[in-house]
Design a binder for this molecule. Structure first.
Ligand code: HEM
Length: 556
């Protein structure tokens, strides 16, 4: 007689149910995969016609992104050289098709469009940090918030910030005096740009600021590292896997610091409002250095960081007419109180966005500029000569008019942004097919389009000797013959950088103040740079320079 232990036996009915499940699962997965491939047939068909490095099945080119940030950047730049003759290059990261563009004609089609304004799927990694702020949002929300925010970065508002730009520039000069040997100037630039943003756009006076500015800047840098890892390491992309990693725990801590500062800023401002302190109308804010002109905003011959033929919503001549001009956070809070549809959460998202976009980009831009001055002493001589002509022996603050006269310094700044664009790529999600003017090839819907600013700015057919630092590339006669979209450090078109003029004006005040006080020296050459693109382009080894006090020492 056979004996069967009932506990060890799976009932036949259960067994066959499990079997049946697997028997059905396999064809279901095959069917789903076939359907998925079919639904992407057009994507594959068009992608096949584009050139790009060969990839592995399923993974595509994901393994190209191994190693640290600097290795990845070097690897990509080196490999992309094989495709310099192409204006369009594709890669696959798993199932995602990425197409890189670096022909100005194609760049124009994307950036000038009111249709291709959706940010790439990859920007979702920013969501826990920036929510649905201006950088990420799209559609009606983006349109209405852009319309609200852009006038707060209008030139007439910015002119009223000149005194604060000056005070903070002098403060950083004071701090720099203690640096006797090589040091990383990026730390100083980060802290200074955070403090300026707090005082200007956020209206938080220095006397009420604490040490959190520096802590905030460092937390932002570490957050960018994590976001970069999620962009480049395929296994960190799904939220489901990411949340079990140490990176996720670290991200939570960093966001506590970052959001801690922005919440504090909003709370303080709200308390001021509640206590009856009205936001100051910048029309009436008489600055010692610069009276507001009321109407004139565009300045002859000055492009504020973009090709002179380009225009965006920052270039309108009369922004708000005789109405009140308010700084960024004042305007958002007042708008929410006077019935404009912007919630407290939305205000927080916009503050987080401006704090990030407004400081890390300018910190990188100014640090690259100082590095360039340190390396190219002959060019620095010319900048100093121009500054001496403008200021003579005086240690007076910079006026708006002075910034207009800093023509050579501006060319050096533009050339720095050409070679080292702080935002080295701009990515858009394409929801409808596009035919590219450069070669007639079609980009399928569902593609992530990447405008590779770093490569675009180094095209040998546009810039003779493209890797050489040559400020004369921005002489009016040279710029005039260039395609407008061959230089887009601030992007361009409807989704251009809202802080473009703010950044250019602020940088001119900070950098001229530093060069009136110090000569910058670099022991490294450009070929020693280890570039890394953790969202923002940086030098992996730090921005090492030395300073020598200048004879003509402006009092700080
Ligand atoms: C050298 C300094 C700067 C550079 C190179 C720069 C560059 C850029 C670029 C390339 C974009 C487009 C990004 C994309 O489409 O993915 C952008 C967007 C943006 N930038 Fe800047 N930026 C700078 C400074 C600033 C400053 C100072 C602020 C604010 C105070 C700012 C605020 C913004 C915002 C809010 C956006 C999103 C605009 C929109 O989508 O409507 N940026 N910036």
């Amino acid at each position: 007689m056979s004996y069967t232990n009932a506990e060890n036996v799976v009932p036949t009915s259960t067994f066959s149910a499990i079997n049946l499940f697997y028997v059905l699962l396999v064809p279901a997965v095959i069917l789903w995969y076939a359907y998925w491939r079919m639904s992407r047939r057009r994507l594959y068909e068009l992608a096949d016609k584009l050139n790009g490095p060969p990839g592995l099945p399923l993974l595509g080119n994901a393994l190209e992104f191994v190693g640290g940030s600097a290795d990845i950047f070097r690897n990509i730049v080196q490999k992309s050289a094989d495709y310099d003759h192409e204006s369009v290059v594709k890669i696959w990261i798993g199932p995602r098709l990425l197409v890189f563009l670096y022909d100005p004609r194609d760049v124009e089609v994307i950036l000038s469009s009111h249709v291709y304004i959706d940010k790439a799927e990859e920007y979702r990694f920013f969501k826990p940090w920036l929510g649905n702020g201006l950088l990420i949002s799209t559609g009606q929300k983006w349109r209405s918030h852009r319309k609200l925010i852009a006038p707060t970065f209008h030139l007439n508002v910015l002119k009223s910030f000149i005194d604060l730009f000056n005070a903070n520039s002098r403060a950083v000069v004071d701090k720099l005096k203690k640096e006797a040997s090589n040091f990383d100037c990026h730390d100083y630039m980060s802290e200074c740009t955070v403090e300026i943003l707090l005082e200007t756009a956020m209206g938080v006076s220095k006397s009420t600021q604490d040490q959190s500015g520096f802590e905030y800047a460092m937390a932002v840098m570490k957050m960018c590292d994590i976001l970069h890892l999620r962009h480049t390491k395929i296994w960190l992309r799904p939220d489901l896997l990411f949340k079990f990693t140490d990176y996720a725990k670290n991200q939570t801590k960093l966001l506590d610091i970052i959001h801690g500062l922005t919440k504090k800023v909003i709370k303080r401002k709200k308390e001021e409002f509640a206590s009856g302190k009205k936001p100051s109308n910048l029309n009436e804010t008489a600055t010692t250095s610069e009276p507001s002109t009321g109407k004139l905003t565009s300045v002859e011959g000055l492009s504020f960081g973009q090709s002179s033929g380009l225009k965006d919503d920052l270039d309108v001549d009369d922004d708000v007419g005789q109405k009140k001009r308010l700084a960024f956070l004042d305007l958002l809070l007042e708008s929410s109180q006077s019935g404009v549809a912007i919630s407290d959460e939305e205000i927080k998202e916009q503050v987080d966005t401006i704090m990030f976009e407004g400081h890390d980009t300018t910190a990188a831009g100014s640090s690259f500029f100082l590095s360039m001055m340190g390396i190219h002493q002959d060019i620095q001589d010319k900048v100093i000569e121009e500054l001496d002509q403008i200021f003579g022996d005086s240690d007076r603050p910079v006026t708006f008019q002075d910034t207009l006269e800093m023509k050579y310094l501006e060319r050096c700044l533009m050339e720095t942004l050409r070679l080292y664009p702080p935002v080295p790529i701009i990515a858009r999600q394409v929801n409808q097919e596009i035919t590219l003017p450069s070669n007639g090839k079609k980009i399928p819907a569902g593609t992530t389009l990447v405008i590779a600013t770093y490569k675009l700015h180094r095209r040998p057919d546009v810039y003779p000797n493209p890797n050489k630092f040559d400020p004369d590339n921005f002489l009016p006669e040279r710029s005039a013959n260039r395609h407008y979209y061959a230089f887009v450090p601030f992007s361009a078109g409807p989704r251009s950088c809202v802080g473009r003029k703010y950044a250019m004006l602020k940088l001119k005040v900070i950098l001229s103040t530093i060069l009136r006080n110090f000569r910058v020296i670099s022991d490294l050459k450009e070929s020693d740079f280890k570039l890394q693109a953790d969202i923002i382009l940086k030098r992996a080894e730090g921005f090492q320079v030395r300073l020598q006090p200048r004879k003509r020492m402006a009092k700080a």
